[in-house]
Design a protein around this ligand. Structure first.
Ligand SMILES: O=C(O)CCC(=O)C(=O)O
Length: 293
């Protein structure tokens, strides 16, 4: 394993209290260099219009089109069978450090993990910002329902693994446990000074796990390099809303074809198991979208 990880109770306590937990220097040295090289190749491919799965400017939510000519802010589907760098990306997703951290957070064994999303957030070609949002609870959901939804048990986890310095993510700590305040509800969606907001500052190799229903936004500077691997993993036995959140990103159409045969044997077996559990969740594409731009 690359790094000494906090215990399960430490990780869970921070995530529960703040809505996020930062693991410093989880990856370094040669490993980090390898991830960076693969990331750079994938970004070059995407910016030059040769990779169709991209997050295009200025659109926040999926679906995105394939036209990179107005700029991009993300590269989708790093484990897609057509992605030339997929072996390195698979290693950055299925490695021991990541699996161990996820299992400690979700308090589960590896044999119940489900393969979910793996994308990369990148420097936009021009300055760009996301609105304040929760990933899977839209802005019009009434406070009572919002509160109920936020009480649902944790069946997945989401992370950012920064390959360069990254201060793009802004969160309101603690907002994953309560409905939005009146101020948050009525604020400008691009409010630059939300009460209690915190800019999350990450260094290369740091992993940030966060509750994707924390109130958050992204503020992106086109002059700062950004290559941040953005993944999720779940545990088997998930619900329809989760299926929608994953499959809306188009992974359902290629999940069966993802090929992990070139990974080291232990990693390959874990990857295949996780892929199988995703497929049995229903490889449908037509699950709708959580939110619209
Ligand atoms: O850029 C980030 O780290 C956050 C991205 C985000 O909020 C999203 O994809 O919904």
């Amino acid at each position: 394993m690359e790094a000494q990880l906090p215990t399960s109770s430490e990780l869970r306590a921070d995530l529960d209290r703040d809505g996020f937990v930062l693991i410093r220097n989880a990856f370094s040295g040669e490993t980090l260099d390898r991830y960076r090289t693969a990331a750079q190749k994938a970004v070059d491919l995407a910016r030059s219009g040769k990779w169709p799965y991209i997050r295009t400017l200025p659109k926040q939510f999926p679906p995105w089109n394939e036209d990179a000519s107005h700029g991009i802010w993300g590269v989708q589907h790093l484990l897609h069978p057509d992605m030339p760098e997929r072996k390195v990306f698979a290693e950055s997703y299925f490695n021991d450090t990541m699996l161990e951290a996820v299992c400690r957070l979700l308090q589960c064994e590896r044999d119940v993990l489900v393969l979910e999303l793996y994308n990369m957030l990148v420097r936009p070609d021009r300055d760009f910002a996301l609105r304040w949002h929760r990933d899977d609870i839209g802005p019009d959901v009434p406070a009572k329902e919002e509160e109920e939804r936020l009480k649902e048990p944790m069946m997945h986890t989401q992370w950012n693994l920064a390959l360069f310095d990254d201060a793009s993510l802004v969160v309101v700590p603690g907002s994953h446990k309560r409905a939005r305040t009146d101020m948050e509800r009525s604020a400008d969606p691009f409010e630059d000074d939300m009460p209690g907001q915190k800019v999350v500052r990450m260094g290369p190799g740091d992993i940030l796990f966060y509750n994707n229903n924390i109130l958050h936004r992204g503020v992106y500077d086109s002059t700062n390099e950004r290559m941040t691997l953005h993944g999720t993993m779940g545990i088997a036995g998930t619900d329809a809303a989760r299926a929608r959140n994953i499959l809306q990103h188009g992974i359902g159409s290629w999940a069966k074809e993802a090929d992990f045969s070139n990974l080291p044997p232990d990693m390959r077996d874990i990857a295949k198991g996780m892929q199988g559990r995703l497929i049995s969740m229903g490889g449908v594409d037509d699950v709708g979208y959580s939110q619209a731009d």
